[in-house]
Write a protein that binds this ligand. Structure first.
Ligand code: T3D
Length: 265
């Protein structure tokens, strides 16, 4: 039976999946229902042979305020909540599945991203954010540590000091600062949210999908590789791309001085 999405909007067009977190009244905080919706959307996307990209955004003035705290009400005295369970069952698979998709995942951050909401943004491959957006490592304010990859992404992307400051003091980092720090690709004017989504859609739907996938794979592998191992890896991936229709089309289009018409294969 087809999944009925309740806390996200999901559609698939031209090989591009659009996931929109959709609980604006709570700044799109994560509920179990939202996680179930996201799992269904990812299962759908993983099964598409013609997948060319994914765009993640949110409705309203927030992108995502992390875990919905109304689902974490204090338990009666003597009872203990397993605080690892939500990570194991929901955040861990969400972040790892986004990273593993064989096509770029672009996040267009429409407003505040806090807690696990900020971590999920950083699991995406390219990040745009409107100028009014901010990123908050809100966790320590409620006695938790940054999770869902929060202590993985930040130090790798912005260094130890900025990660420590942002995480220990839970101070908002503006979209402009996030761009300066290299936490995101581009800070955009608020009124360019929709046009940015449309232009990203076009680029993903018409891009050299196999080259995108190999680029994503290689860039993420580089953190664990020596230079030599990385060059070897690039060589092997490039061999595969040399056999694609898109490489042939790219070369023909170059010769004919026209834009390429990539088919994504
Ligand atoms: O639990 C586990 O499984 C472990 C995993 C944990 C992952 C996590 O994400 S832990 C971190 C959880 N998130 C937070 O602690 C952030 C909480 N939210 C905020 O600090 C603030 O809302 C913001 C700084 C993000 C934005 O502030 P502001 O002033 O712009 O908005 P607001 O007025 O606080 O929020 C608007 C509404 O959204 C408000 O509801 P109301 O009063 O209008 O009825 C607020 O309660 C609601 N809301 C915001 N965040 C959450 C939320 N409701 C439930 N859960 C939230 N996380």
């Amino acid at each position: 039976m087809a999944h009925e999405y309740q806390h996200i909007k999901f559609n698939y067009q031209d090989g591009v999946g659009h996931i929109t977190l959709n609980r604006p009244e709570t700044l799109n905080s994560f509920t179990q229902i939202m996680h179930d919706d996201l799992k269904a959307a990812l299962t759908f996307l993983e099964a598409q042979d013609d997948l060319r990209g994914v765009i993640l955004t949110g409705t309203g003035r927030g992108f995502c305020a992390g875990q919905d705290l109304s689902e974490r009400k204090p338990l009666p005295a003597g009872q203990k909540r397993d605080m690892g369970a939500g990570i194991e069952n929901n955040y861990r698979p969400l972040v790892l599945r986004l990273r593993a998709l064989p096509a770029p995942v672009v996040c267009v951050v429409n407003g505040v991203a806090a807690g696990a909401g900020a971590s999920v943004v950083l699991a995406c491959d390219v990040i745009f954010a409107v100028k009014s957006a901010k990123f908050i490592q809100a966790f320590t304010k409620i006695g938790l540590l940054p999770d869902a990859g929060g202590t993985y992404f930040w130090p790798r992307m912005v260094g130890t000091q900025r990660s420590m400051g942002a995480s220990l003091f839970a101070e908002p980092v503006s979209a402009e600062t996030a761009e300066q720090w290299g936490l995101i690709w581009r800070c955009i004017p608020d009124d360019e949210l929709e046009s940015t989504i449309a232009s990203v859609h076009e680029r993903l739907a018409n891009g050299a999908t196999r080259a995108f996938a190999a680029t994503k794979q290689a860039i993420y592998a580089s953190g664990d590789n020596s230079l030599e191992a990385q060059i070897n890896y690039e060589r092997d991936l490039q061999r595969g791309l040399g056999d694609t229709d898109d490489y042939l089309e790219g070369m023909v289009a170059f010769g004919e001085k026209r834009p390429p018409r990539f088919q994504g294969r």
